[in-house]
Design a protein around this ligand. Structure first.
Ligand SMILES: [Zn+2]
Length: 343
């Protein structure tokens, strides 16, 4: 579970990591083809951390898992979601329906920030104005009209794999949370999702690290149409804070377990430092460059599908945004397109 080879040799499905914690690896129909969710057993019932996407292959694996571990309605204390990306919360409603009893509904906890984002996003997702905003955002990035249109249209199909939506209970991203027989410190870990919560069990030096710390891949840190400025800075600040924790092992939302916590964080700093350097060098080479042009120089954009290229652009914008924040470059809007110049 600690090395790429060991991890690859395992099928999608259930592995017991501790006496009381199981990892369930569920399939995703994307380039990143799986998500890890966790089941924690306790005297007062089970806690599930994240749920997977609502696709039949994932539902089938959940059914087998519930049978194997003899988890019936009434035995689940709570479902806790690190953040509200579809691959993490998509089956929360389905599980809540399935595992509640007529007397007690299983609570689905999310952070206050994510609950507000949920209302903003899902409350607007079917409204034309939302897509107009998204389209305008892609145009601002320098994407040509036709491609902006196709990427915007692509995003209309997102969301069907998250229904039914659960009834959420919002909590503050601070203090502690009892999951299983363990007491976990709740840590606010912004950047990838600004309301992400991750969890630390000090007694066992164990982190449930969500999408904040991943092996091999760096979490997508993107600046989107509804993002607040400074998203990459918030992520780097979070990494700095997380580096101070003493960690035996991190249980992440994707890929294999994080064995060397400090080293992995160091690698992610190096990655973003290098990416910032590359981004700045590209901006230096052309005045009034667009985010799309920067993105094309940094990524092999032509090899990416519309969803991947929108993520690449959002990542580029996050790096440009940080360079603006440090007054290294400046952005000007000219005819509905952002143009960047070195200061
Ligand atoms: Zn995520």
């Amino acid at each position: 579970m600690f090395t790429e080879e060991a991890w690859k040799s395992q099928e999608y499905a259930l592995s017991q990591l501790d006496a009381d914690i199981w990892q369930l690896r569920l399939p995703l129909p994307y380039a990143l083809d799986h998500v890890n969710v966790y089941l924690i057993e306790g005297d007062d019932g089970w806690t599930f951390v994240d749920t997977g996407l609502n696709i039949s292959a994932a539902r089938a694996l959940w059914k087998t898992t519930l049978e194997t571990l003899e988890i019936e309605p009434g035995k689940v204390k709570q479902i806790v979601l690190t953040h509200l990306h579809p691959d993490h919360f998509g089956l929360a409603g389905w599980l809540q329906d399935r595992l509640s009893t007529p007397e007690t509904q299983v609570p689905v906890y999310i952070s206050l920030y994510e609950s507000q984002r949920f209302v903003r996003f899902w409350g607007n997702i079917n409204k034309e104005a939302w897509y107009e905003g998204l389209h305008r955002f892609f145009r601002l990035s320098g994407i040509e009209e036709e491609r902006a249109h196709s990427i915007t249209n692509k995003s209309r199909s997102t969301g069907t794999k998250t229904r039914p939506h659960p009834t959420f209970s919002a909590i503050e991203s601070q203090g502690t949370l009892q999951m299983g027989n363990r007491t976990w410190e709740i840590i606010h870990a912004p950047g990838h999702a600004d309301g992400q919560m991750i969890f630390y069990d000090k007694a066992d030096r164990l982190f449930l690290s969500g999408d904040q710390i991943l092996m091999k891949i760096t979490p997508n840190i993107g600046f989107w149409n509804d993002s607040e400025r400074g998203v990459l800075q918030r992520y780097l600040d979070s990494l700095k804070e997380l580096k101070n924790y003493e960690v035996r092992v991190g249980y992440p939302g994707h890929k294999w377990l994080v064995g060397d916590w400090q080293q992995r964080i160091e690698e992610m700093f190096v990655h973003h430092d290098e990416r910032l350097d590359t981004t700045l060098n590209v901006v230096k080479q052309k005045t009034d460059i667009t985010a799309l042009e920067v993105s094309q120089a940094v990524f092999r954009l032509n090899e990416l599908n519309p969803q991947q290229s929108s993520f690449a652009i959002a990542e580029t914008l996050a790096h440009l945004d940080l360079l603006e924040g440090t007054k290294t470059i400046q952005r000007e809007e000219v005819n509905g397109v952002w143009r960047y110049t070195v200061i």
